[in-house]
Design a protein around this ligand. Structure first.
Ligand SMILES: C[S@@+](CC[C@H](N)C(=O)[O-])C[C@H]1O[C@@H](n2cnc3c(N)ncnc32)[C@H](O)[C@@H]1O
Length: 274
């Protein structure tokens, strides 16, 4: 088919054997199908082409997706940094776009650490940390039952049953089982990281530790300072002080919106005696 008659989407992710494509609004079904065929012809690993119809939304942060071409399935096995993940595009969040972040955090974990991941999805953070570090224990907190089932399966798939575990339920309550137990917390739920920050603090050992905060901000000067100000205020109410060791833009999520990451050193607040 001539180039002009084929869709030219905004972009796509390849997740295992599935290409998840973000088409432009004016593209017709015929153009989308032609693009899907061309994509599968060029990349033999791609067997299914899905269209991402909506952004990540709702309680479990799921995009609406529909089939465009190839094998009719929503499931695949995705390989990231040598780890295997069973994913279901329509039932549990998964994005390959955080793969660099997962390795970046792995680079900071010290042997023997206990790490909590709040909003663990199908387990990419806990499993990559399990495989790439000598952490003693990694706990993935997640409330989507399908994601929890997949995370358990992925832990077994990657032979990490002895060090990685799943805590199913609302992390705003389940964190209580791990009060003062962790050296490090990954707040991997950018939509509600601020709300979960006090739970993260409560999970840290009495001497404090590290929190990796993921959130969204407007792409403009001050994009790091307002969340940091809120985090400092929240930490103060829980008698902790925080020091930001690094800040970065993880990715653009819209023309003026970015996902940010803040690496925080948390310590108990030393009260002055006078
Ligand atoms: C943006 S996804 C990230 C998933 C995973 N960390 C990843 O990188 O693939 C956020 C996840 O947090 C979960 N979540 C949101 N609020 C939660 C809560 N209060 N308790 C437990 N899980 C929660 C959602 O179900 C979703 O799977």
């Amino acid at each position: 088919m001539p180039e002009g008659l084929r869709a030219s989407p905004r972009g796509f992710d390849v997740i295992g054997s599935i290409a998840l494509v973000e088409f432009r609004r004016n593209e017709t079904r015929m153009q989308k199908k032609a693009f899907a065929c061309a994509l599968m012809e060029k990349n033999h690993g791609i067997r299914t082409v899905l269209e991402r119809v909506s952004d990540h939304e709702g309680k479990y942060r799921l995009p609406k997706v529909k089939g465009v071409g190839g094998k009719r399935t929503m499931e695949t096995i995705h390989v990231e940094h040598g780890c295997r993940f069973h994913v279901r595009m329509d039932k549990a969040y998964f994005s390959p776009r955080l793969s660099t972040e997962r390795m970046r955090i792995a680079g900071q974990v010290k042997p023997g650490e206990v790490v909590g991941v709040l909003g663990a999805g199908v387990g990419p953070f806990p499993i990559i940390l399990g495989k790439k570090t000598h952490a003693e224990k990694i706990i993935g907190f997640e409330w989507n039952p399908v994601a929890c089932t997949l995370m358990r399966e992925n832990i077994a798939l990657n032979r990490l049953d002895d060090r990685v575990s799943v805590v199913q339920g609302d992390a705003r309550r389940t964190y209580k089982k791990f009060m003062q137990a962790c050296d490090r917390i990954v707040l991997a739920l950018p939509f509600n990281s601020l709300e979960l920050f006090p739970c993260a603090l409560a999970c840290l050992k009495p001497n404090g530790g590290r929190v990796h905060f993921y959130g969204f901000s407007s792409k403009k000067p001050g994009m790091f300072s307002w969340p940091l100000k809120e985090l400092k205020a929240l930490a103060y109410t829980k008698r902790f002080s925080i020091q930001c060791k690094s800040m970065r833009i993880v990715r653009n999520v819209a023309s003026s919106r970015v996902q940010i990451a803040l690496d925080l050193k948390v310590a108990p607040l030393r009260m002055r005696n006078h």
